[in-house]
Design a binder for this molecule. Structure first.
Ligand code: TXA
Ligand code: MG
Length: 324
């Protein structure tokens, strides 16, 4: 009988060392971060980076985030201005990615940057930063899902999507934030928001005492910031005021919209209306609804546009956008 390989290993010293060995050998591993699971590779190794794009089916013009172990490693690969340094001091390790001018002598493989002269850096919490430290170089890692599909917030979700192509998925439990990092770029002393995420705009504005600028509408600063993304198979309707009897409901808070009692099923992102709880549950619930009720439209109740609600609504908008 053919052996069925189960690549999921609980995170401990042994499995972490195994991940390090694989990374050093130029292989890919899936690793937990506080935001979502990442598909990780040695950022200096062109072959490994090429494999990331191949396994995800990701267009080569969409650059990757390089995960570093701390400020010193960041400074080896990018020019860091005062505002960026302040953000690093406050939010690293954590769910903030900063796009910076790349240093000419950086050994990060140019495929990671998709040929741009900027590099996106983030110091995550936990095992990825530890491995970057041990590897003594940044770890490139996009979310561990096929390009355009839902990001995984559990080891099982990685296995369901990419398992067959991976030697190791480190299981660090459910991600504590559940949406990807916030991405910002500083241009002429202005902070531009490229992607809302785990650090809120309000938090950044508080620290720097300036207004964060939204990226000019639909201007694609990162070529990868395409409209339709994070898409479940099902259709998604946002900001709904009503649900039909052949639809499933993704609820938020304690008040239901009209028709909720006739929905095929209801999953509530957060009964208490707590945005962190909602962001932790978001991708998992979309994934569950998609798997358990194939073909049924997912109707989503309104979610406030503040704090983490910005990131949650952004992901839902992309899930609801017309598919290419
Ligand atoms: O939370 C996260 O950020 C997760 C975990 C694994 O760290 N990673 C993640 O990676 O979400 P990914 O590849 O799914 O999204 C990275 C985004 C892409 O939209 C890409 O276009 C943008 O970062 N990006 C990367 N490098 C860039 C650059 N030089 N300039 C502008 N955008 C960049
Ligand atoms: Mg992604």
């Amino acid at each position: 009988m053919k052996e069925i390989l189960m690549p999921i290993f609980t995170l401990n010293i042994d499995s972490r060392n195994k991940a390090l060995d694989l990374l050093q050998a130029g292989q890919l591993v899936a690793l937990p971060t506080e935001t979502v699971y990442g598909l990780a590779a040695d950022s200096f190794c062109g072959d490994a980076i090429a494999q990331i794009f191949a396994i995800k089916g990701r267009p080569h013009f969409n650059p990757l985030i390089a995960h570093i172990s701390g400020f010193d490693m960041a400074a080896e690969h990018a020019h860091i201005c005062d505002l960026s340094q302040k953000l690093m001091e406050k939010f690293w390790p954590g769910p903030l990615t900063i796009v910076l001018p790349s240093r000419k002598d950086s050994l990060i493989h140019p495929l990671v940057r998709a040929g741009l002269d900027t590099i996106a850096l983030r110091q995550p919490k936990g095992v990825v930063a530890d491995l970057a430290e041990q590897l003594d170089r940044p770890i490139a890692a996009p979310s561990a899902n096929r390009s355009g599909f839902l990001s995984p917030t559990t080891a099982q979700a990685v296995q369901d999507d990419l398992g067959a192509s991976l030697p190791l998925i480190l299981d660090g439990g459910r991600c504590s934030i559940g949406v990807e990092s916030t991405i910002v770029q500083i241009i002429e002393k202005q902070v531009i928001l490229l992607r809302p995420g785990g650090v809120t705009v309000e938090e950044i504005e508080d620290i720097l005492n300036i207004n964060v600028q939204q990226k000019a509408s639909h201007a694609i600063i990162a070529p990868g910031m395409m409209e339709s993304h994070y898409a479940p198979n099902a259709l998604v309707k946002m900001m709904a005021q009503q649900v039909q009897s052949d639809e499933v409901l993704l609820a938020f808070g304690s008040q239901r919209i009209a028709g909720a009692e006739q929905a095929v099923t209801v999953l509530n992102l957060s009964e208490q209306g707590d945005l962190l709880e909602a962001s932790v549950n978001l991708f998992d619930y979309l994934h569950q609804l998609d798997q358990d009720y194939p073909g049924l439209t997912i109707v989503v109740e309104p979610i406030p546009m503040q704090g983490l609600g910005l990131a949650i609504n952004d992901r839902l908008c992309r899930a609801a956008a017309p598919r290419p």
